[in-house]
Design a protein around this ligand. Structure first.
Ligand code: NAP
Length: 284
């Protein structure tokens, strides 16, 4: 079965829209998020368009703040501190990539804990590690929504994650441990040791987030597995994932396509975090 990210995103968005209407009726305001972009980012424009559309649908105020490419770290940091103080702003994020002279983590860590709608600052990651997550990194949350949509109980399942980045692989490993899955995280060291295939072959659930087309061969997939492909790669003008989809879909019970799998759900998770942030701030 192909896991349709657009359908899943639409279903979640409708629930979020109803929640925003209820919050507005009760409190007279809606969440307002500010996305800071440094310089022009053609690579991230598709993600920003889908954020803007999702915010419009759900009823969240969305402001894009474009800063010049040569903005200083000091200016960026003072802007974040001002947004932290602004009661009307309930969510703040910084779009990646940023120019080389900007230290992304230093800036992101200044975002107030309850306004960190991407769930990426050190305190939010710490809360996730301690088992008390509030704002969860959006892509990891999108993968969890896809897994939930299969209805499969993850307890005791062999889950293999390929890629250990801070926004996908690492937070996912923590979220899956909370579901009592047995989690293996593979990375570049696993590939270099020539052990990727043997781990994938054991996976009841496989999640791939690397950014290398056809990294995972279809023949490696355990029959009946759930396969979530987070990767985005351009090959001959076509967007593809990290898994050899054609062969993998013959063996998997559930599989996400690329495009149209994890991507559409990710921007909706940003909206969900924005509503959670709003509720944390107003204390409901
Ligand atoms: P990242 O920060 O570059 O992380 C990639 C990870 O893969 C790292 O842990 C890296 O290890 C590991 N890796 C690299 N080559 C490998 C190999 N041959 N075998 C095994 N592991 C290898 O990337 P990311 O931000 O997590 O994104 C991963 C992919 O997901 C990208 O294609 C990105 O565009 C896509 N993405 C999609 C969405 C969505 O919503 N669909 C959202 C975010 C990202 P080292 O660090 O040790 O090299």
């Amino acid at each position: 079965m192909i896991l349709d990210g657009k359908k899943l995103a639409q279903k979640i968005k409708e629930g979020l829209k109803a929640e925003v209407v209820a919050l507005k009726t009760k409190y007279g305001v809606v969440p307002k998020i500010v996305n800071i972009m440094v310089g022009e980012n053609p690579d991230s424009s598709a993600y920003m368009n889908s954020q803007r559309k999702a915010a419009g649908f759900v009823g969240i105020d969305y402001e894009l703040m474009s800063l010049p490419l040569d903005v200083t770290q000091e200016h960026l940091c003072s802007l974040i501190l001002a947004l932290n103080e602004d009661d009307r702003v309930t969510g703040v994020m910084i779009t990646k990539p940023v120019p080389a002279h900007i230290h992304f983590s230093d800036a992101a860590n200044l975002i107030e804990l309850n306004k960190d709608i991407e769930g990426i600052n050190a305190a939010n990651i710490g809360n996730l590690l301690l088992g008390n997550p509030t704002l969860i990194p959006c892509t990891a949350a999108a993968v969890m929504e896809h897994l939930k949509s299969t209805g499969v109980d993850l307890s005791g399942k062999e889950v293999v994650i390929i890629g250990d980045s801070q926004i996908v692989g690492k937070p996912l490993s923590l979220l899956l441990l909370r579901e009592l899955a047995t989690v293996t995280v593979c990375h570049i060291g696993t590939s270099r040791a020539g052990k990727l295939a043997e781990h994938v072959e054991q996976a009841d659930v496989l999640i791939v987030a690397v950014g290398k087309a056809a990294l995972v061969k279809g023949s490696w997939i355990k029959p009946g597995a759930i396969v979530i492909d987070v990767g985005i790669n351009e090959v001959n003008g076509k967007i593809v994932g990290d898994v050899d989809f054609e062969d993998a879909q013959k063996r998997a019970a559930f599989i996400t396509p690329v495009p149209g799998g994890v991507g559409p759900v990710t921007s909706v998770m940003l909206m969900r975090n924005s509503i959670e942030a709003f509720k944390l701030i107003i204390g409901v």
